[in-house]
Write a protein that binds this ligand. Structure first.
Ligand SMILES: [Zn+2]
Length: 356
């Protein structure tokens, strides 16, 4: 009876929130990274800022209403942003609305339309096409910076607790299903509780997996943050700045070879534009443009893919069913040094591998 009461209460809350925002609260069929994203590390950030700490006007080909920002810095409030529709009339400088901060890792956003212009007006609310960043004098320059021009300001979502019971039930079922031996070794998936995940903020649809796509998270590869800290930053950015139900990926794999549960296999993720249904997003934590994934990471990815293959016969261990994100177009994800190893990972998934 208690279960039933809890479920009714949850349903009532979900209905209230669905009515309050008047929006479909499942995720749009979206990509993990917008096409004109900028990713900068160390000296690249200093170069971009120039000697006076202000970037030149940077273009966004697709235009934006929100600039999503992820940055590592030793202090808060080191960034300010302004934007422009025409490259001539600029908004006032504004600090990002910070949605997550833990140690170095920050996430947040600045809305182009929410900033009062210094001169002129934002007539008809057109998309902003230009932005500038500055670090005020005397403040610590970020050591890692991702800038994502986003076309929409998402609707506010209900609080985490609405979907908490559903999330907990999903977790128990799926961890038991995934953490079993495969013909090439046992998979151990760390639970959402292991990384301190928040509950989803809306209900992602369910699907039967029939393919998988490899991504990278585009976070520092030699990371001074712990994996749980980094995952919490990504989740908050996806939930609040991007407005998604949950972290976009179904599973994530850290450089030490640990596998982490994102949405799990049976929830539709948010990682490949217009191709999320049936598609299990497996994201390697780090940036693999030039750095190769570790052997442990590849072997555990292989075991996870084997598990998915065993459980969902529709996923063949070949390049038709297991793709790199860039094969869908519009992105370099998962980076050249990981993309070039997908065949090797699939060989391991078919034939086996060992871990340290
Ligand atoms: Zn991707």
């Amino acid at each position: 009876m208690r279960d039933k009461g809890g479920r009714l209460k949850k349903l009532a809350l979900a209905l209230i929130f669905a009515c309050a925002c008047g929006e479909d609260t499942t995720d749009p069929d979206v990509d993990d990274h917008p096409a004109d994203r900028l990713v900068l590390e160390g000296p690249e950030i200093t170069d971009l800022l120039g000697p006076d700490g202000v970037t030149e006007a940077l273009p966004s080909t697709d235009g934006f209403r929100r600039l999503g920002l992820l940055w590592d810095a030793t202090e808060e409030h080191v960034l300010e942003v302004r934007s422009s529709v025409d490259g001539t009339t600029w908004t006032a400088w504004a600090a990002p609305e910070v949605v997550s901060v833990e140690m170095l890792a920050h996430a947040g956003h600045v809305d182009a339309v929410a900033i009062v212009p210094e001169a002129g007006s934002m007539a008809d609310d057109p998309l902003a096409r230009w932005y500038q960043l500055r670090v005020p004098a005397g403040r610590a320059t970020p050591t890692f910076l991702v800038i994502e021009p986003l076309p929409d300001i998402p609707a506010r979502l209900p609080p985490d607790e609405v979907f908490a019971a559903e999330d907990a039930a999903d977790e128990v079922t799926e961890i038991a299903a995934v953490n079993r031996a495969t013909p090439i070794g046992t998979v151990k998936v760390h639970s959402r509780a292991d990384w301190g995940a928040r509950a989803p903020r809306c209900a992602s649809g369910t699907h039967t997996p029939n393919r998988a796509t490899i991504h990278h998270t585009v976070t520092p590869t030699n990371d001074s943050m712990t994996v749980p800290q980094r995952l919490r930053q990504i989740q908050r950015f996806h939930q609040v700045s991007r407005g998604w139900c949950d972290i976009g990926y179904n599973f994530l794999i850290s450089r030490d070879g640990r596998v982490w549960r994102g949405r799990g296999a049976r929830r539709i993720g948010a990682h490949v534009s217009n191709a999320n249904t049936g598609n299990v997003g497996v994201s390697f934590i780090g940036t693999y443009t030039s750095t190769a994934p570790t052997e442990n990471q590849m072997c555990q990815a292989a075991r996870l893919l084997r598990r998915l293959h065993e459980d969902y016969g529709g996923i063949a261990l070949n390049r038709t069913d297991v793709k790199g994100h860039r094969q869908f177009g519009g992105t370099s994800c998962p980076g050249g040094a990981l993309y070039s190893r997908i065949d090797k990972i699939l060989r391991k998934a078919r034939g086996g591998c060992s871990v340290d």
